[in-house]
Design a protein around this ligand. Structure first.
Ligand SMILES: [Mg+2]
Length: 411
C-alpha cells in the first residue's frame, strides 16, 4: 500500500475542493464507442459512474465520506429522485428543510435505513462535477456525478455527431468548457462571432474579459452544424440575433441567407422550463421562454414554423436516463442489481417535474410517484396544471411521506 498523505484528501463538501481535484485520477468522458449513439443513457451513466468512482478514490484517500460510515442498511424497495431548484436550493442557498431531508434519507430516521437517491435538474451552465461540488457544500453530504443529471447531460451523447457547434448561455466561457469537456471538437460562442464581426450585435459590446477570451475566426471558411443552448442566455438580444442569423442561413454558414428558410442547422435546448424559482418573490423567466421567443421571431421573420428540440424534464428520455443512472448507482454503491419497485420524484414545477413523472409512470415497469413541494414555483392559490400524486410543504415532509408510505408506522 502506498503511503497516504493528508494533503491529497479533498472532500467535495470541504471549502477548498476544486475542480482540478476531481481530475487527478481520471478525465470524465463517456466511452468513445458509445458516443456515436444519439441518446445513449447507458453509456453516459457508465461514464458518470466512472467519474463517481474517481472522486470516491480521491475523497477516500485517508478519509471516508460521512454517509458510508453510518451503520445503516439500505432499502432495495424504493428510491428517491430530487429536483434541485425550488426543492433543495433557492437563489444559490439551501432551503431550510434540505439538510434535514438529506440526513433523513442517509439513515437518520426511525427505521435506521438508507434510501438510494439521485438528483435530476434542468439547470446547467457548469460541468456535472462542478455542480456536484456546489451541491455537496450546500447539502453537507457527498454528492457524486454518478448521482447527478442536469439539463445538458444528454448533449454529451451528441459530441460525435457534429463537427462545429454554436454554444449559447451561461457565464463567461463556462459552457464552452463544458462542451469541450463533453468531447465537442469545435465550439463557437456568440463572443467569437461578435469579436470577428463587431456589428453582428449593434448594441452589445464585449467586455475586456469577453474580448480576451473570445476567439477570432474566419466564419467564411466553415459552417456551424448545430446550435446548443446549454444554459440561460445572459444577453437575449445579442444571442437571439446570432441564433436567428444561423437558423436563416444556408447550411449554417454565417453571413448567408437561405431563400427557402429550411436549410439552417438544428437547435437544441437543454430544457424547456418557462419559469424557475429563485430568491425573488415571483418566478423568473428561463430557457423555455427563450425557446418560445426564438420560435416566434423565426415565424415572424420567415413565415415558417421552426422545429426545435428540448431535453430535460418533462421529456421521457430524461426519466429513462434517470432510471439507468439510479440502477448503476444502486448497483455500484449498495450492490443492489434490481430496479426499485417505486421511485419517488420530488419537484416544484408541475409542467416539468410532475408531468414528466406522471407520464413516465404510464410507460415504465417501475412505479414513478410524483410529489409536489410548495417551496418553489408552485403557488398555493393555483391548481397545478399537472396534478401531483401528493403535495408536501417541503422536501423533509416529502421524504418522510415516501418512507412512511413504504415502511409504514410513524416516522
Ligand atoms: Mg425546480
Amino acid at each position: 500500500m502506498p503511503a497516504k498523505t493528508a494533503t491529497s484528501v479533498r472532500r467535495l463538501s470541504s471549502a477548498d475542493a476544486r475542480r482540478s481535484d476531481l481530475y487527478s485520477v481520471e478525465t470524465v468522458v463517456a466511452p468513445p464507442e458509445k458516443l456515436k449513439a444519439l441518446y445513449d443513457a447507458d453509456g453516459t451513466a457508465a461514464g458518470l459512474e466512472r467519474a463517481r468512482k474517481s472522486i470516491d478514490e480521491t475523497a477516500s484517500d485517508g478519509d471516508t465520506p460521512e454517509v458510508e460510515q453510518a451503520d445503516r442498511s439500505c432499502t432495495d424497495k424504493f428510491a428517491i429522485a430530487f429536483d434541485i431548484d425550488g426543492v433543495l436550493v433557492k437563489g444559490g442557498k439551501p432551503l431550510p428543510a434540505s439538510v434535514g431531508a438529506m440526513k433523513y434519507i442517509n439513515g437518520d430516521n426511525p427505521y435506521r435505513v438508507k434510501i438510494p437517491y439521485i438528483f435530476v435538474t434542468n439547470g446547467g451552465g457548469k460541468t456535472e462535477e462542478e455542480r456536484c461540488i456546489d451541491l455537496s457544500r450546500q447539502l453537507q453530504i457527498e454528492v457524486s456525478p454518478g448521482q447527478f443529471i442536469c439539463g445538458h447531460t444528454p448533449m454529451r451523447e451528441m459530441a460525435e455527431v457534429y463537427q462545429t457547434v454554436l454554444v449559447v448561455g451561461g457565464e463567461g466561457e463556462k459552457c464552452r468548457v463544458v462542451a469541450e469537456d463533453y468531447g465537442f471538437k469545435d465550439v463557437v460562442t456568440p463572443g467569437d462571432i461578435i469579436k470577428s464581426k463587431h456589428d453582428t450585435t449593434p448594441f452589445r459590446k464585449l467586455t475586456e474579459e469577453e474580448y480576451r477570451n473570445s476567439r477570432e475566426r474566419n466564419f467564411d471558411e466553415f459552417t456551424i452544424d448545430a446550435i446548443f443552448v446549454f444554459a440561460d442566455s445572459r444577453d437575449w438580444a445579442g444571442d437571439q440575433q446570432i441564433i436567428l442569423d444561423l437558423l436563416m442561413s444556408k447550411n449554417g454558414r454565417l453571413g448567408t441567407r437561405s431563400e427557402t428558410f429550411d436549410e439552417g442547422p438544428p437547435i437544441y435546448f437543454s430544457h424547456n422550463d418557462i419559469v424557475w424559482s429563485t430568491s425573488h418573490e415571483h418566478s423568473r423567466i428561463g430557457m423555455g421562454a427563450l425557446r418560445t421567443s426564438v420560435e416566434a421571431l423565426y415565424k415572424e421573420l420567415t413565415g415558417k414554423e421552426l422545429t426545435t428540440v428540448a431535453f430535460g424534464k418533462p421529456q421521457l428520455g430524461t426519466f429513462g436516463f434517470a432510471t439507468r443512472l439510479l440502477r448503476e448507482w444502486r448497483k455500484e454503491t449498495y450492490g443492489i442489481d434490481e430496479p426499485p419497485a417505486t421511485v419517488y420524484f420530488v419537484g416544484d414545477t408541475p409542467e416539468s417535474d410532475i408531468r414528466g413523472t406522471n407520464e413516465y409512470n404510464q410507460i415504465s415497469d417501475t412505479d414513478w410517484f410524483s410529489i409536489l413541494v410548495k417551496t418553489g414555483v408552485y403557488q398555493d392559490d393555483k391548481t397545478p396544471r399537472f396534478a401531483p400524486m401528493e403535495v408536501c410543504e417541503d422536501v423533509l415532509e416529502a421524504v418522510k411521506f415516501a418512507v412512511r408510505r413504504e415502511l409504514g408506522g410513524d416516522s
